[in-house]
Ligand binder design. Sequence first.
Ligand code: PRE
Length: 295
Amino acid sequence: MPATYLSREKFAVTTKIATLGPAGTFSELAARDFAKRYSSSDIVFFPTLRRTIDALEQGADIVVVPIENIVEGIVSPVVDSFVRKPLQIIAEVAIPVRFSVVMNHSQPQRLFAQFVAQGQCSEWLTQHAPDIVTTASNTEALALLLANNEPAAALIPEHLLDSGNIASQSFAKVVHDVTDFAHNVTRFVALQAAQPLALPNHASVYKSAVVIVDDADHPGLLLEHLQAFAVHQVNLLSLVSRPTGQKFGQYHFFIEFEGHLQHSRVQAALSAIKLRNQVIELGSYTYSSSSSSCS
Ligand SMILES: O=C(O)C(=O)C[C@]1(C(=O)O)C=C[C@@H](O)C=C1
């Protein structure tokens, strides 16, 4: 009997990528950038960061979420999820972030703005904004304005106006580029459910991330852990403390550093830390120092 060959398409697996919506968010830009790695991918939108991350338990293969803004710092719902559930960071991408304000009336009574975006446009908002209504995403801010009959405004991604997605002339007034800093940029990570780590490729430069869990508080805890990285020549890239929510004075430490979790120097540093506290290993992924800044 002659062999039958199935067409390539039959084997094409579609990667389901979840991100913060509705469509048009900076998260969507990051997800599209990440999707280029796959021959076939679907982007699905979720209304909040927490529900986006929970999508990994509802059929999503990967989620793409913001982790740090260059001005506002860490995006806490994302970092806190690393303690809540077993996750693995597999990639990061930095996206330039610029905002405009659109109004349906020259004297708006309220302005819709996403919670992280507010801090990135604080100068303009302090001087000009009426009452601020906080939204879960930037495109939700626009959707609320479009559905509103009263005089209102929304802080929205500049690229929505640039791309012709919505016409500037459909608004009574547009104030372009209200971002505090010209070099504003947000770092996004791609996450999957935790699984065994791929071996490092010797030609690549890696960074890794861990959370040190505050499960055995003692004098000198942070000093000892920092010393372990120093002694084993592991270069730290960021360190953020997040409250455990149990009592004042208890913090988990989210730490990023250069190197792969399989590198011997990294393993030696983490072994020393694990003698005292639990360490959640979040993964190792390729990195170029330029990807962390807006060059
Ligand atoms: O609402 C969006 O457009 C998002 O993608 C979310 C988000 C964030 O939460 O950090 C992403 C980039 C900017 O820093 C502002 C908002």
